[in-house]
Write a protein that binds this ligand. Structure first.
Ligand code: PRP
Ligand code: MG
Length: 209
């Protein structure tokens, strides 16, 4: 019997997430690094694993298409999804930061143009600070924007800092730490309490190992 559906982000953190599940003795049939399949089952057919685009994990969980999700805090914040965030898996640690050319003073500019993949996060950050901002939504290579005059600064993820450095940009403000989190659909949390609690407990033990 299928107990629950688990949504995992494709991409950077997928391998690490799968290894964590294996530590919990959860193995998926036919799951190989090169596979293009998106749906997998564990041996006992109690867990359905779906691979979704990282940015969509909170949506799948909020809508109940998945009971449990493993999602980046960046995408959780940007989605504003109404879900329970239960655990920090300490995977994919990085941060949201405001970055720009060295010397740019964001507090003296009358109005700021911000390029970002995360318009909600960026808007909220500058609203809290009381800045008047215009957001330019981009889908990648955000570091280009201040270089070619598309924006004054960017709000983006900084991990090693290499992308900023190689493009002559610097961190101007730290916004928020990011890492992978375990999220749960609110209705599932009540209706599938047993299975979900078991999963959470097993995961906690693996994280402590
Ligand atoms: C991400 C992020 C930064 C970079 C941060 O970009 O948007 O650009 O990684 O990592 P670093 O600090 O270790 O350099 P990604 O590679 O996902 O490309 P994209 O923004 O073009 O989608
Ligand atoms: Mg980037």
């Amino acid at each position: 019997m299928e107990a629950f559906t688990l949504a995992v982000a494709k991409g950077r953190t997928a391998d690490h997430t799968i290894r964590l599940l294996e530590q919990m003795d959860i193995f998926f049939e036919d799951l190989t690094p090169s596979s293009r399949k998106l749906v997998f089952y564990n041996k006992k057919h109690t867990i359905k694993l779906i691979f979704v685009k990282a940015v969509d994990v909170p949506t799948y969980v909020e809508k109940g298409a998945a009971d449990i999700g493993i999602a980046g805090k960046d995408n959780i914040l940007e989605s504003e999804a109404d879900i329970y965030e239960i655990l920090d898996l300490q995977i994919g640690k990085c941060e949201f930061a405001v970055a720009g050319k060295p010397g740019v003073n964001i507090d003296t500019l009358q109005s700021l143009t911000i390029a970002t993949k995360y318009p909600t996060v960026a808007k909220k950050h500058f609203l809290r600070k009381g800045n008047n901002v215009e957001i330019v939504k981009l889908n990648g290579s955000v570091e280009l924007a201040p270089l070619i005059g598309l924006s004054d600064v960017i709000v983006d993820i900084v991990e090693t800092g290499n992308t900023l450095k190689e493009n002559g940009l610097v961190v101007i403000e730290h916004v928020e730490p990011i890492s992978t989190r375990l999220i749960i659909n609110k209705a599932s949390f009540a209706m599938k309490a047993n299975h979900i609690q078991q999963f959470i407990e097993k995961l906690k033990i693996s994280l402590e190992e």
